[in-house]
Structure formats: structure tokens, C-alpha cells
Ligand binder design. Structure first.
Ligand SMILES: NC(=O)c1ccc[n+]([C@@H]2O[C@H](COP(=O)([O-])OP(=O)(O)OC[C@H]3O[C@@H](n4cnc5c(N)ncnc54)[C@H](OP(=O)(O)O)[C@@H]3O)[C@@H](O)[C@H]2O)c1
Length: 333
């Protein structure tokens, strides 16, 4: 009998600085026989997430580093095609983890049956998946966003930032400023996604434009890029403002992460700075997903960049760190 085969992405060597496609390879291997309690997921899409970078070098992260020769995890969405687990029947659609064509799972970890919502499957890795949930809980639970708030969002043209800006407007923010790299992203944020202002941090004159856009100050900052941007924003926060640390894409690559020197602003303005790890909010996902799905039906926009075939994944992932990505990067299996 011919063995059934699967593909997965394996780390070749630990990554230094920006990841390169040669840091990864595609491995083909037989699909293992299922043990009692296991089920097999055939993936339809896997996603590229900047946070994966923090696990590709030795050192501290919220999860242990991937070692050379080991498979890399990312988020995926697929269908159960074989099952020896009563909770996950054949035909069940799930979101799970694995940069692979197939995943053998026992249901432990981040493995969720998809709610019965009539939306494109790819959205479970985007606005209805981890990025969308991060935007929702960062603003609602951590920032406790109030109507009338002035909001600053960095990496605003990415899936977290784009969703957050639109949620903030729908929840009554008075003014939402996005920061992104390049004129095209900024134009899209202002003209399509409804941000009040979008600033290109790569353009000459950004510092002056930033100070002007800050105006009377920001009540909420949602930061996705790291310390330099936080340090820039601190003097422009309003009294009792809140800074939510979602990600640090710039700092994931830095040999020496820049320090934050404007910390006295925290005292004088009684600011609160708090990180989010979205999996703490798992119990609230279904409600948030239903909320965002309703908003999509009502005009909430999103961007996807879809690549075809698992072999394209290393290139697609590396593009997150060059500014090439514009929206949610997914690979269709
Ligand atoms: N805490 C959580 O639970 C959680 C969950 C999901 C995601 N996150 C974090 O949220 C952040 C946003 O995630 P996302 O999925 O929406 O990805 P994303 O923002 O689309 O990330 C890719 C983008 O980051 C920007 N970027 C890359 N290098 C940069 C640099 N050196 N300086 C400034 N910007 C840079 C680029 O956009 P520009 O061209 O605009 O620079 C790039 O297109 C990430 O840091 C991620 O790790 C956190």
C-alpha cells in the first residue's frame, strides 16, 4: 500500500535579524496512523504571523523556541478528514496550528471547531481569527475604549491594525490615526478603511506630521511595532491614557532593542501600559467573532494576500518584515 503523504515547513537554522526563505525548507513525510483520540485535519489555509519570528531564535518568548529540524507552527484552518476522537467528527471545520498540509491533533492546544457562520473560510485566520480577536480585546478589554476617544494605531495597514481602526470608529472613537509604511497603505487606510488620518512613517516630515496629528493627545495607543514608536507617542498621550502592547514587529528583528526614555510621562499623566496575549480571551472569541462577522456584512473591510502552495510560505512570511505585506498573508493549500 502506498503511504499517504503530507508536507510541512521545517526550520533549517535559527534566524538572525530578518528571516530569509533559506531559513526554512519543505519536508515531505508519510501521514502517521491515528491513535485513539486523534484526528486528521486537511488544511485549506495557513497564515503568516509576525509573532512567529520571536520563536525562531533561541531566547525568551511566551512559547519555547523552535529548534533547527523541527516543524514550525502557524495558524491554520481546515477540515477533519479522519477521526478517532468523538468530539471532532469527519467534516468538522476547525482552526488549529501547523505550517503543514495536514495536522494530526488530539484536540489539545489551540484547536477550535468553527462556529456556524456563513463567511469565507480564510476569514477564520484574519478578522475572525487571531488578528481580529487581538484588535477586539485590545480595544474593548484592555484599553476600555470610550466614545469620543482619540486613538493611535501602529502597523495600521496590517490585519490587527486595520481591524482595530475600524472597530474604534464603530465604537465611537472621535479620531483614529494610523501609522503605516508607504503612501499606498496610507491612502487605503484613509480612503477605504475610514481612518481619520494615516501617516507614512517612512516619508520625510513624519515627525512633524505625527506631532500635528497628535493634536490634543491620544486617549488610546494600540502598538504593534515596538519601543521606538511607544517612546515617540508617550509625550502625546492624554492624562489617564492607555497604551496596549500587542506586538513588537520592529523589535523582533533588532539586535539591540531601543529603550523607552519618556517613562516619566507615565507618572505625570497617570498612564496605563498593558500587554495583551489574545489567548487569555478565548472564552470571549465566539461573541467577538459574531460581532465582527455582523460588521463585515455591514461594510467592515479587510485585505488578504493569498499565495498558493505550502512551498510559497517562507517567501510570504519573510515579506512581513520588509513592508511588502499589505493585509493578511495566507497560503492556500
Ligand atoms: N499579543 C497578541 O496576542 C497578538 C496576536 C496577534 C498579533 N500580534 C502582534 O500584532 C502585530 C500586528 O500583527 P499583524 O498580523 O497585523 O501583522 P502586520 O502588522 O501586518 O505585520 C507586518 C507589517 O509590519 C510592519 N513592519 C515590518 N517591519 C517593521 C519595522 N521594522 N518597523 C515598523 N513596522 C514594521 C510592515 O508594515 P508597514 O509597511 O506599515 O511598516 C509589515 O507589512 C504583530 O507584532 C503581531 O506579533 C499580537
Amino acid at each position: 500500500m502506498t503511504a499517504r503523504m503530507m508536507e510541512r515547513i521545517v526550520l533549517v537554522r535559527h534566524v538572525e535579524g530578518a528571516p530569509q526563505p533559506a531559513d526554512f525548507r519543505v519536508e515531505t513525510l508519510p501521514i502517521p496512523e491515528l491513535a485513539e483520540g486523534q484526528f486528521l485535519i486537511a488544511n485549506r489555509f495557513v497564515s503568516c504571523d509576525p509573532g512567529t519570528r520571536s520563536r525562531l531564535s533561541p531566547g525568551a518568548s511566551y512559547a519555547r523556541p523552535v529548534m533547527p529540524g523541527e516543524p514550525v507552527d502557524g495558524f491554520c484552518v481546515g477540515e477533519v478528514v479522519e477521526s478517532r476522537n468523538a468530539r471532532f467528527a469527519v467534516g468538522q471545520r476547525v482552526t488549529a496550528t501547523g505550517w503543514a498540509s495536514h495536522v494530526v491533533s488530539s484536540g489539545k492546544g489551540y484547536v477550535l471547531p468553527l462556529p456556524d457562520l456563513d463567511v469565507p473560510e480564510s476569514l477564520w485566520l484574519g478578522i475572525l481569527g487571531v488578528p481580529g480577536m487581538t484588535a477586539w480585546f485590545a480595544l474593548k478589554r484592555v484599553a476600555e475604549l470610550k466614545p469620543g476617544a482619540r486613538v493611535l494605531i501602529t502597523s495600521a495597514a496590517g490585519p490587527v491594525g486595520t481591524t482595530a481602526g475600524q472597530l474604534a470608529k464603530r465604537w465611537g472613537a472621535a479620531h483614529v490615526v494610523g501609522v503605516a509604511g508607504g503612501a499606498e497603505k496610507c491612502r487605503w487606510l484613509a480612503e477605504v478603511a475610514g481612518f481619520d488620518e494615516a501617516l507614512d512613517y517612512k516619508a520625510p516630515g513624519f515627525e512633524a506630521a505625527f506631532a500635528e496629528a497628535a493634536g490634543p493627545g491620544f486617549d488610546v495607543m494600540l502598538d504593534n511595532v515596538g519601543n521606538a514608536m511607544i517612546d515617540r507617542a508617550l509625550p502625546h498621550m492624554k492624562v489617564f491614557g492607555r497604551i496596549v502592547l500587542s506586538g513588537a514587529t520592529a523589535d523582533y528583528l533588532a539586535d539591540t532593542v531601543p529603550g523607552v526614555v519618556n517613562m516619566r510621562e507615565m507618572i505625570a499623566k497617570r498612564l496605563r501600559m498593558e500587554g495583551i496575549l489574545v489567548f487569555d480571551d478565548l472564552p470571549g472569541f465566539a461573541e467577538a467573532q459574531a460581532g465582527i462577522a455582523a460588521m463585515v456584512a455591514d461594510g467592515l473591510v479587510y485585505r488578504e494576500e493569498i499565495f498558493d502552495g505550502l512551498a510559497t510560505l517562507p517567501d510570504a512570511f519573510c515579506g512581513l518584515f520588509t513592508g511588502a505585506s499589505f493585509g493578511r498573508r495566507l497560503v492556500r493549500i
